[in-house]
Design a protein around this ligand. Structure first.
Ligand code: NAD
Ligand code: ZN
Length: 380
């Protein structure tokens, strides 16, 4: 039992007081974990676009003051009532969506959309008592997607924690908490390309490059990267992308360009842009008879997917995925093992590192579109 168990911990956290304003490092109080909750010490966290979207709060419900952050690695400090499968000292990755292991989704082999712990971006409190575990001078500071990792200590539902190999370096595997696993799983679990097949990846951000990494691991022989930003192409070579297509270089639709390059279409495609035109192209560029397209990007709320039903009758398959179809607790430990046995390369996603005191620099890098992942070291 740690000496802090059952006590309020005072520590540093980066608080978003207002939409779009730099985060402020504050001393916060972190209450002990309640029923089915775990308090963890965060060692490393990284920044993902979703944090920036909710910090900007342009299209989302503004919930402030709030502690953002959801890609991270940490160590269990103490556990609340009813927690039996984690104990102090365990290494964990918090995940923005959960696995209660009891609902119909968790019991189904085919779903990772847990009824109880599925992502909820509007909720700023814990499920158990609808209260926040964070406060400043007694005033609550809200949680974000059940993780709030921009804090030295945070409280998370046990169902949103993947217990991982304690030998895995947390400064690397922390990025497997969200975007990288999403792209990787979209290819390995949903698109499932066969060895020697062709795969088109739309959007070469961190998620798309992780999808490309999945295609490389699956043994695809052609990986065609599609992006409107030609600056992405050089970087993408490291991820096994073999050919590049910039839709801006052509007058005809990109799906026709890809069909010509591949004798009728690619075997698989994975869309990681969030733009509806790319989603439609990603579907229409797969080969008839066997092609499978997987949508990963989160579209604008009013977007409508339009295509001829003949594309489906001609035996093309359209699928979508949430968190790469991984169940957070059951499957993420094995993604970490893929890194440990050198099947999956994680280092190439990590392009920057900043101390916690300079967390706003990580936001600046992402807003400028520089690099892929910036690791934030909590002890510095
Ligand atoms: P990113 O912004 O870093 O990368 C997107 C890339 O797509 C950019 O390089 C951009 O130039 C390119 N692009 C935009 N429009 C395009 C078009 N029409 N054709 C070709 N390329 C185009 O984003 P990211 O962090 O890699 O995330 C990608 C998407 O995945 C986002 O929509 C994000 O919300 C989504 N996402 C989904 C899940 C899920 O569970 N389904 C999880 C995490 C992220
Ligand atoms: Zn569940």
């Amino acid at each position: 039992m740690s000496t802090t168990a059952g006590q309020v911990i005072r520590c540093k956290a980066a608080v978003a007081w207002e939409a779009g304003k730099p985060l402020v490092i504050e001393e916060v109080e972190v209450a002990p974990p309640q029923k089915m909750e775990v308090r963890i010490k965060i060692l490393f966290t990284s920044l993902c676009h979703t944090d920036v979207y909710f910090w900007e709060a342009k299209g989302q419900n503004p919930v402030f003051p709030r502690i953002l952050g959801h890609e991270a690695g940490g160590i269990v400090e103490s556990v609340g009532e009813g927690v039996t499968d984690l104990e102090p000292g365990d290494h964990v990755l918090p995940v923005f969506t959960g696995e209660c292991k009891e609902c119909a989704h968790c019991k189904s082999e085919e779903s990772n959309m847990c009824d109880l712990l599925r992502i909820n971006t509007d909720r700023g409190v814990m499920i158990h008592d609808q209260k926040s575990r964070f406060s400043i001078n007694g005033k609550p500071v809200f949680h974000f997607v059940g993780t709030s990792t921009f804090s030295e200590y945070t409280v998370v539902h046990v169902g949103c924690l993947a217990k991982i190999n304690p030998l895995a370096p947390l400064d690397k595997v922390c990025v497997l908490s969200c975007g990288i696993s999403t792209g990787l799983g979209a290819t390995l679990n949903v698109a499932k390309p066969k060895k020697g097949s062709s795969v088109a990846i739309f959007g070469l951000g961190a998620v798309g490059l992780a999808a490309a990494e999945g295609a490389r691991i699956a043994g695809a022989s052609r990986i065609i990267g599609v992006d409107l930003n030609a600056n992405r192409f050089e970087l993408a070579k490291k991820f096994g992308v073999t050919e590049f297509v910039n839709p801006k270089d052509y007058t005809k639709p990109v799906q026709e360009v890809i069909a010509e390059m591949t004798n009728g279409g690619v075997d698989r495609s994975v869309e990681c842009t969030g733009h509806i035109d790319a989603m439609i192209s990603a579907f229409e560029c797969v080969h008839d008879g066997w092609g499978v397209a997987v949508l990963v990007g989160v579209p604008h709320k009013d977007a409508v997917f339009k295509t001829s039903p003949l594309n489906l009758l001609n035996e093309r398959t359209l699928k979508g995925t949430f968190f790469g179809n991984y169940k957070p607790r059951s499957d993420i430990p094995s993604v970490v093992e893929k890194y440990m046995n050198k099947e999956l390369e994680v280092e190439k996603f990590i392009t920057h590192e900043v101390p916690f005191s300079e967390i706003n620099k990580a936001f600046d890098l992402m807003l400028k579109g520089e690099g892929l992942r910036c690791i934030i070291r909590m002890d510095a």
